[in-house]
Design a protein around this ligand. Sequence first.
Ligand code: GDP
Ligand code: MG
Length: 424
Amino acid sequence: MKIKFPLIIVGSQWGDEGKGKIVDLLAKDADYVVRYNGGNNAGHSVVLNGEKFKLSLLPSGVLHQKKLFLSQGVVISPKVLLDEIEFFKKRGTRVDLMIDPRCNIVMPYHRELDRATEIWKGKKATGSLHLGIGYCYEDKNNRSGIRFEDLIDTQALKEKIETFFPLKKLQIEKVFNQKTDLTSEKIYQEYVRYGKKLKKYLGDVSVIIQKSLSKRTKVLFEGAHGTFLDGIFGTHPYTTAVYTISGGVFPYVGLAPQKIYSLGVVKAYTTRVGNGPFPTELFDKTGEKIRKVGAEYGTVSKRPRRCGWLDLCLLRTAIRLSGLDYLGITKLDVLSGLDKIRVCTEYKINREKIKEVPGLMNDFSKCKPVYQEFKGWKENISDIRKFVDLPKEAKIYLKFIEKELKVPVKIISVGAERNSNIIL
Ligand code: GDP
Ligand code: MG
């Protein structure tokens, strides 16, 4: 059974599962690649011939020079996007991009408010990177955002900044007691230049993608973050502001509900950045080893990622929420050399055993993992390209996961390079 299009790539854990790599791999067979949620707080890495490309806004299909789209669910920090475009243009990579007029723009006051809020929260801070993404979505939802259509219209841009900024300034200075050097004029002067440079990418992504789907164009949708960073169904409030589950694709692009296949990217263990509950977290040498071997440090933030064992309760919930058709398991190579590997098969809470993430976050923080233990393998598996060639112990581990989750594993990634995979 081949992987079918249209296809959504979603993270099944807390992000950084290796979606960038999987999107790059599958983009070869796609015509269009659409990024549909999140902002530049999401970082994806693609490694090609030893060179590492860090992407935070451009869809990971850029290296295949596919037609790229940013749909309305994405919030855009124009300078970051322009830098990424410039980077690829300089190396001779064509950037064929379309941006939806409804995309909201991240403004400097969003970043300042973000920082001020985290200072105010102190110990209870969510671990935001102060990129202003959450505040941009807040304005978007409250209909007081600046959209791409405004950014490229000098008059609208000026008027909107003059309307919205004075209130933001009051908030920063009077509510949070922080200083700001921003003025409406400074913001306008900076952003009007971005608008001029980005104007040529304008296009109605909703219309184009809807039409292309009816013509059977192969569309790949790139989700940012992971299932448990979903703004509603994730580990609230330690999440991002958007839907990260597959169904978000319909409103975030502007599509009617229809069958779109989905592939969940699953790291062979679990990581998360920032605060919040994490039942299978390791605080010992094994956790340190995984962090070191897996280079588990944030692409954008550089923060060490918290590491732990694979958690099937998370994955069952991710499968249920996104209706995953396929799984792609990444970073299996990182587990090589461990004596024992554990998998959380259930949670114990009070005297009960449960198989999924509970709906009440208060209960989730009380969940204790129940583990099944597996023998590890010693061999380096990075050069293996066929399932049969894997060490016996690795096969047992993978077969167990597939059997428990009842979703076919189609890709096993054994290294960061584009071709370091076992395709099933
Ligand atoms: P994303 O946010 O889901 O796209 O993931 P990130 O790119 O933030 O983090 C995944 C990291 O793991 C990146 O540095 C990738 O280059 C790397 N990576 C992806 N797949 C593999 C793999 O199979 N093995 C190893 N060792 N590294 C991988
Ligand atoms: Mg990432």
